[in-house]
Design a protein around this ligand. Structure first.
Ligand code: URA
Length: 251
């Protein structure tokens, strides 16, 4: 059962992103009001629904414990890792958000891939989206070096074998939308998967952008490097497969 009370200093840490010792100092200094009353003991138990005011900023105690999910239009040049000595990391794009260091990318895009990536501090959600068992569809727009050919559609569908990989790729949906432009939908999320698939058919990916996770579409209003916070209904779309993928593989 969820606890309905918590220590005041803990609530302050989570809601105002301050270290525990600093939270205790602020409380002892009489700077924290809870439900209209100044409390000076950091160990005081408060309701998870209490209103806390610090320095004119008011929050509900529960707000600091809510999990957050963001949709980012990932720019090229950023890596999906918690640290990197040579390149900027995606998480630092969120440095204005409280406790941004507790967030992680949901899966990975290559350094030069742009487009839709989810960033969250919800470990369970992260695991669910990336688990191979869930077979969440990921749809990319690929620009290729060589002209695309119709016969590749069937090869992608059957499942390709890369000479450097032991395991065959699961079937993927290839939609040709231009001489050098295609949409590719995969469910596995293996390392460099889309680039490797094209290598299997003697082609090369020059540019890669992720457009969908499930039926959740990259918001066309987002420029590269911009993000929005997602609500629960948007997240449900993640687990609904891209429609043409279902039509192709379930027919
Ligand atoms: N497939 C790739 O090759 N690269 C990505 O970043 C994502 C999928």
């Amino acid at each position: 059962m969820a606890k309905d009370t918590l220590r005041l200093d803990k609530a302050l840490c989570h809601n105002f992103d301050v270290p525990r010792t600093y939270a205790a100092k602020l409380i002892k200094a009489g700077l924290v009001e809870v439900d209209g009353e100044v409390l000076t003991d950091p160990a005081t138990k408060i309701s998870i629904n209490a209103q806390i005011v610090l320095d004119g900023n008011e929050t509900n105690a529960s707000d600091g414990f809510k999990k957050r999910v963001f949709m980012l239009n990932k720019p090229s040049g950023y890596v999906c890792a918690d640290r990197d000595n040579n390149n900027p990391i995606v998480i630092n794009i969120f440095s204005d958000i409280p406790k941004f260091t507790s967030m992680h990318c949901v899966g990975r895009l290559d350094i030069d891939t742009t487009g839709l990536i989810l960033v969250t501090d919800d470990g369970d959600l992260n695991h669910k989206v990336t688990s191979p068992k869930m077979e969440v569809t990921k749809t990319y727009r690929a620009t290729t070096k060589n002209k695309l050919v119709e016969k590749d559609i069937e090869l992608f569908k059957k499942g390709l074998k890369h000479p450097e990989e032991k395991t065959r790729y699961k079937g993927a949906l290839l939609e040709i939308i231009g001489d050098h432009e295609a949409l590719v939908t995969v469910t596995e999320g293996r390392f460099h998967e889309v680039k490797r698939l094209f290598e299997c058919v003697g082609n090369e990916v020059l540019e890669l952008q992720r457009l969908y996770i499930g039926q959740l579409e990259l918001d066309p209003q987002l420029d590269e490097g911009e993000y929005i916070q997602l609500d629960d209904p948007s997240l449900e779309l993640v687990f609904k497969p891209y429609e043409k993928y279902t039509q192709t593989f379930n027919s």
